[in-house]
Write a protein that binds this ligand. Structure first.
Ligand code: ARG
Length: 588
């Protein structure tokens, strides 16, 4: 369905033309003074110069041609030259009716679908998931779902950190503990065991121990570096061990991402890109992009316009080792080859911005991507505790994701039981569903690039701009509709009537903007815009509900119209939260 704002824009453009002005000035926006009007056009001010006329006169000329439009109830020229527009109730009701009949709730699939690889999650194998990885997963998942909802071909890749020093550290520590394992025996030529020689909890203890030791003991650190190099150059036993580490770790990661309702199409890792490095480096040398500097191989990526210094991109260290950047470049080669995407989007901590500036510039300069391939960095801010510092456990340690989720679920459970709204046996399940909304909405409702405070009390509240409030609104509508149904009611012949009050019109107006909110949020890669939309929609619904006695309305047609309106609000809210990455319970 065409967006309401597009329909108005067309009418206004035609009026500009009929009044003798260029239609290019007829840009319509949602009003920033909703107390005065619903939509506005400021084109008369912009047209002043070209026509050497007072804007109010231009606005007046245009408005004269808007009076007979079926879409518009009122169009006014207001000093110094605004055109204020109010929608006609009948056409608004017709629009909402069409939404109610539309499977897609007015959202049109894109006319030119793009292939977009989205790189998010980014966990490091053998290290527990901590809250630092939460934002990437939540934001990335939501953008993937938005894109898919709009008809794009989204390919989500978890891009595991599975190739660095942490692998050498784990191998070294294992060797200290269990030197008798065949993986360390160079003369061993048989098959290696299928079963890993450690569990996930052992693995999670081994890594920090090894990491600590390497900081205190140089010999240990050198051993780990050596093991890393040998693993990377293909030592058989180490490769076998490494595969165990990955498989044990990935099983655990999958479980955790599942809990977050976060999904990936690809479980590739940094290691998968290694095969692409030699040819890529050779090409960069052959074409003269890469040159040696103090033994290292680098590519300049400075640009004239740079405000701050962008250091050269280091491709190989002086000992020939590849770096994080090398791996990311090789991953681009791999992705271009596998998918030839229109865009590669990275959802990563904004503190890695410089790394991505360098990587993107180097990829462009050396022709790893096509000129039209978009490379986008969506950098997110830090999740802080109430003290304004990065979120920690009470003891000051790094907060594990599992702990955070468990804390929220416990708090949610307490509230739900206190409310006595759900049967005890369902309370735990409900707490999990609502808890997830608290975490995800708490994150997504902030502009991604900003730091935010993770406030358990606020996020789990049933009131205010929170996930639980949105779910509460949905559940409330469901219960009204269920009551109606239980009394034998049916909405089969329901028809949306003109808004009977200002508050109802406001609700319909907000509802009619869903397609705009969703496409806008995706175009700007800004889930917070969709959150703001559903928060407003929920508020509009709750005010409407507050002042309207729906189920006791005697006029059947009016009652059914309201119920169909509610049903459509519910469907839009459910569609939107699905896109954001969470869902609503039956009761709460
Ligand atoms: N594993 C990295 C980290 O924990 C994040 C990876 C981000 N993605 C990328 N293509 N570099 O910091």
């Amino acid at each position: 369905m065409k967006k309401v704002i597009e329909e108005i824009s067309e009418v206004v453009a035609e009026a500009f033309e009929r009044a003798g002005y260029d239609a290019g000035f007829a840009r319509v926006t949602v009003s920033n003074r909703p107390d005065l009007c619903e939509y506005q056009c400021n084109g008369a001010m912009a047209a002043k110069k070209q026509y050497k006329k007072a804007p109010i006169q231009i606005a007046g000329d245009v408005v004269a041609y808007l009076q007979d439009s079926e879409l518009i109830e009122k169009a006014e020229a207001v000093m110094p030259g605004f055109i204020n527009i109010t929608l006609n109730r009948k056409s608004l009701a017709e629009y909402v009716q069409k939404m109610a009949e539309d499977q897609e709730l007015s959202v049109e699939k894109t006319a030119d679908p793009e292939t977009i690889v989205i790189d998010y999650g980014g966990p490091n194998v053998a290290k527990p998931l901590h809250v630092g990885h939460l934002r990437s997963a939540i934001i990335g998942e939501s953008i993937r779902r938005m894109g898919r909802r709009l008809g794009h071909h989204m390919i989500g890749d978890v891009h595991l950190g599975d190739w660095g020093l942490q692998m050498g550290l784990i191998i070294t520590e294992l060797q200290e503990r269990k030197p008798e394992l065949p993986y360390f025996d160079d003369s061993y030529t048989g098959e290696y065991p299928e079963e890993a020689p450690f569990t996930i909890s052992e693995l999670e203890e081994i890594y920090p121990t090894a990491s600590k030791k390497s900081k205190e003991d140089d010999a240990y650190k050198n051993k780990a570096l050596q093991a890393t190099a040998e693993l990377q150059s293909g030592r058989r036993g180490y490769r076998a061990l490494w595969r165990h580490i990955i498989s044990v770790s990935v099983t655990d990661l999958k479980k955790n991402y599942e809990k977050l309702d976060v999904h990936f199409d690809l479980w590739k890792g940094e290691s998968d890109a290694q095969a692409y490095i030699p040819d890529m480096v050779q090409m960069m040398k052959d074409k003269g992009y890469a040159y040696e500097d103090q033994g290292a191989l680098i590519v300049d990526v400075r640009e004239e316009k740079d405000q701050k210094e962008v250091p050269p991109c280091m491709i190989l260290k002086s000992d020939g080792a590849a770096l994080y950047t090398t791996t990311d470049l090789a991953t681009i080669v791999e992705r271009m080859q596998d998918f030839d995407p229109d865009e590669i989007l990275y959802v990563v901590d904004k503190r890695q911005e410089m790394h991505f500036i360098q990587t993107f510039r180097c990829a462009r300069k050396t022709g790893l991507v096509k000129p039209e391939t978009k490379l986008t960095f969506l950098g997110f801010g830090t999740m802080n505790g109430k003290d304004g510092k990065p979120f920690k456990t009470r003891e000051g340690g790094v907060m594990r994701l599992e702990t955070l989720i468990a804390d929220i679920d416990r708090e949610m459970f307490r509230k739900i039981v206190e409310n006595k709204s759900v049967k005890d046996k369902d309370a735990e399940e409900t707490a999990k569903i609502v808890g997830l909304s608290a975490i995800k909405y708490g994150d997504l409702s902030n502009q991604a690039s900003k730091d935010y405070v993770f406030d358990v009390d606020r996020f789990t509240s049933f009131e205010g701009n929170t996930g639980p409030y949105i779910l509460y609104t949905i559940v409330r509508i469901k219960s009204i509709l269920n009551k109606f149904k239980a009394e034998g009611g049916s909405l089969e012949d329901a028809k949306i009537l003109n808004a009977a009050s200002d508050i109802e019109k406001k609700l319909m107006l907000q509802l009619s903007r869903y397609n705009e909110a969703l496409t806008g949020a995706f175009e700007e890669k800004a889930p917070h815009r969709l959150c703001a939309y559903i928060y407003e929609l929920s508020n509009n619904f709750n005010s409407f509900y507050h002042e309207t006695r729906i189920l006791t309305e005697e006029n059947e047609g009016q009652k059914k119209s309201w119920l169909l309106l509610l049903k459509t609000v519910q469907r839009v809210l459910e569609d939107a939260i699905d896109v954001l990455g969470f869902s609503a319970p039956e009761e709460m």
